[in-house]
Design a protein around this ligand. Structure first.
Ligand SMILES: [Zn+2]
Ligand SMILES: [Zn+2]
Length: 650
């Protein structure tokens, strides 16, 4: 037998090579390269395979030492933190069985089978124990053994879930990792010792079926956030907290805005306060429609499928539609308003003098979505859009886009969406209509954006198959972007429905259809608005704009009279006449995020005034009820975010 060479050659990522004694561990090689690298090393890649620092190098290989700067490091760190969690759980709850613990985005989880669900106190104790194990700085060792031996180990500690996993592994040899008093079955790799961990936070628990199969027992999953630097962890926890505080599903419940019922899957029920918001959106748009030459129309809900054959929905959109039958005819529930609008346009003769025609419709639409796993407003089956269709000659498209941009700015501004991103989608590969039409359509959209001096990105190929479009995204208060508005040129449907107008020349011409929406689905928009404002809705649309708070029973009638005055003026107002201390009433109104609190005591009752407190702690002094009514009406008319444009804050 040929004797093995006593050395091996490793190739490093910079292209250099290093000759080391055969059997040197990765750690020893890192040390020979430099103390800094050895200090930072977490694991390594040997011929592309992730390995521990303790791995001996037995043959020539490519070697990359992984440090916290390596892209692969974070998952190894997160998964090692999962072992750390299981180690702590086993110390505190020796009879809890352990499942699996992979790295996930932003952290990891570990599944357990505890006798009773973990409480927050348990999580705190587990986290404290994890920190103790980090301080112990126990080496993490890799052990390779026969399958049977691993089974014996886990049977001995009554970890039947682990035994089940090992029995499912076909290999004769398996690997385990031990850190002092804790052993886990694992492929690895891991960081070299528990002292290398520490940037983590247990975030929550949730039920999870063993192996994701609902026929299996329900386990308890502990989720942890873990990052390589505390700065990243803190930023993540802050984002989590912000998003949680704003979750529209939670706020929708707390603020009594909407509910769901399993008998109407993915279809929200708006409670009175939610309906006030909903109607507030519609009223605002209606008043703008009247000023902007839109005409509101009302169209049917259910159409003979012939309509959807003509529009192409039956061929291209069938799986998103609901159908129904009557009198042996098949009907479709409309998923969009456009086809109905085309029938309406066809119902009379139009002259170029009549155009552009702008139909607006708050018709209810139904689209099939998978039944709700989440009770949210973002994907629903039943909704209304601020839909409109403009029928215009091609040469009027540019001016229509300009008017639309102005309309859109006004609407977004009223909700405090100040950062709007615009993208212009140009012709896709598969499209209908001749290139001359596309040239003119794209030029009109681009010219309008130019004239309005609106920065935008151009996205070739992103247009609809029927025409170019402009999409609008807003950034919310915590920096998330949401696609809301759109205006799309359509050259195709005017052909399908043979839409025409009589031109100046007396001949028949084809109009262009512009499909446009500013908010899109009102349901989804409300979900976004709830998270954007964290429930502190702009004054003008707040479901309850003012709460009148009598200091005691004696002033309840004065309070009701003041509320009556505001209510007559169209202000949404509530009176809190409960037999409670003023402080409790203020706290309740603040929790409900009511913009204005009008406190009425002895002095105010006799003078016909109220002491005005604003949410977020502003104090607006004492005002006559007459002046308050005037101020509130002016604030609604100007669509102010607070009762007073200038708020003396905090
Ligand atoms: Zn592991
Ligand atoms: Zn449309």
């Amino acid at each position: 037998m040929e004797a093995l060479a006593r050395t091996v050659t490793v190739r490093l990522p910079d292209g250099s090579t290093k000759v080391v004694p055969r059997g040197s561990t990765v750690r020893q090689i890192a040390e020979s390269i430099g103390p800094r690298l050895a200090h930072d090393a977490l694991a390594a890649k040997l011929d592309g395979k992730l390995v521990d620092l303790s791995r001996p190098v037995e043959e020539d290989a490519a070697l990359e030492i992984l440090t916290p700067r390596s892209p692969e490091a974070v998952d190894i760190y997160r998964h090692s933190t999962a072992h750390l969690t299981a180690n702590a759980v086993k110390r505190l709850f020796p009879d809890v069985q352990i499942g699996i613990g992979p790295a996930i985005e932003n952290g990891y989880y570990y599944d357990f089978n505890p006798k009773r669900p973990f409480t927050q106190e348990d999580l705190d104790a587990i986290e404290a124990e994890m920190r103790r194990i980090v301080a112990e700085n126990n080496p993490i060792e890799r052990l390779e053994m026969d399958r049977e031996e691993a089974i014996r180990i886990f049977e001995e500690q009554n970890d039947t879930l682990k035994v089940e996993i090992i029995r499912g592994i076909p290999d004769a040899r398996v690997s385990c990792y031990r850190q002092k008093d804790f052993i886990d079955l694992c492929r690895g790799p891991h960081v070299p010792s528990t002292g290398r961990l520490g940037v983590f936070k247990l975030t929550h628990t949730a039920g999870a079926y063993w192996k994701g199969d609902e026929r299996n027992p329900m386990l308890q999953r502990i989720y942890g956030a873990a990052f390589l630097t505390s700065k990243e962890l803190e930023a993540h926890l802050k984002r989590l907290e912000e998003a949680r505080a704003r979750d529209h599903r939670r706020l929708g419940k707390e603020l009594e805005l909407f509910v769901f019922h399993p008998w109407a899957p993915a279809s929200p029920f708006f409670l009175p306060k939610g309906a006030a918001l909903y109607n507030g959106l519609i009223e605002m748009l209606r008043s703008e429609y009247r000023r902007r030459g839109y005409e509101e129309v009302v169209t049917p809900q259910i159409f003979d499928v012939e309509l959807f054959k003509a529009s192409g929905h039956l061929a291209n959109y069938r799986e998103h539609m609901f159908f129904t039958q009557a009198e042996e005819r098949e009907f479709g529930v409309k998923p969009m308003n456009c086809p109905g609008h085309f029938l309406m346009y066809q119902s009379r003769l139009w002259s170029y003098r009549d155009l552009p025609v702008r139909f607006a419709d708050f018709g209810r639409l139904h689209r099939y979505e998978l039944s709700g796993v989440t009770a949210g407003l973002t994907r629903v089956r039943s909704f209304v859009t601020d839909d409109g269709h403009i029928f215009a000659p091609l040469e009027k498209v540019e001016s229509e886009i300009l008017a639309f941009l102005e309309f859109l700015d006004l609407v977004y501004g009223a909700f405090g969406f100040d950062a709007v991103e615009i993208s212009l989608g140009l012709r896709p590969e598969k499209r209908m209509g001749n290139d001359a039409l596309w040239d003119r359509g794209e030029a009109a959209l681009a010219a309008a954006l130019q004239k309005a001096r609106r920065p935008h990105v151009v996205t070739p190929g992103d247009g609809a198959f029927y025409g170019p479009k402009i999409d609008f995204r807003v950034k919310d208060a915590i920096g998330r972007a949401w696609q809301l508005g759109t205006i799309q040129c359509d050259f195709s449907q005017p052909e399908n429905f043979d839409l025409t107008y009589v031109g100046e020349d007396g001949g028949r011409h084809r109009p262009v259809v512009l499909h446009r929406a500013i908010l899109g689905s009102l349901e989804r928009f409300l979900g976004i608005l709830i998270e954007h404002t964290a429930g502190s809705f702009p004054f003008w649309i707040a479901p309850v704009q003012a709460a009148v708070l009598p200091v005691s029973d004696r002033f309840a009638s004065a309070a009701r009279a003041a509320a009556g005055r505001l209510s007559e003026a169209g202000i949404r107002v509530e009176t809190d006449a409960r037999n409670e201390k003023l402080g409790a009433k203020i706290r309740k109104a603040e929790l409900e995020k009511i913009p204005a609190m009008l406190v009425i005591g002895e002095k105010e009752a006799s003078a016909g005034t109220a002491a005005v407190r604003l949410r977020h702690g502003g104090d607006a002094g004492t005002m006559a009820i007459d002046d308050l009514v005037a101020a509130a009406r002016a604030a609604v008319a100007a669509r102010q975010r607070e009762l007073f444009a200038e708020v003396k804050n905090r």
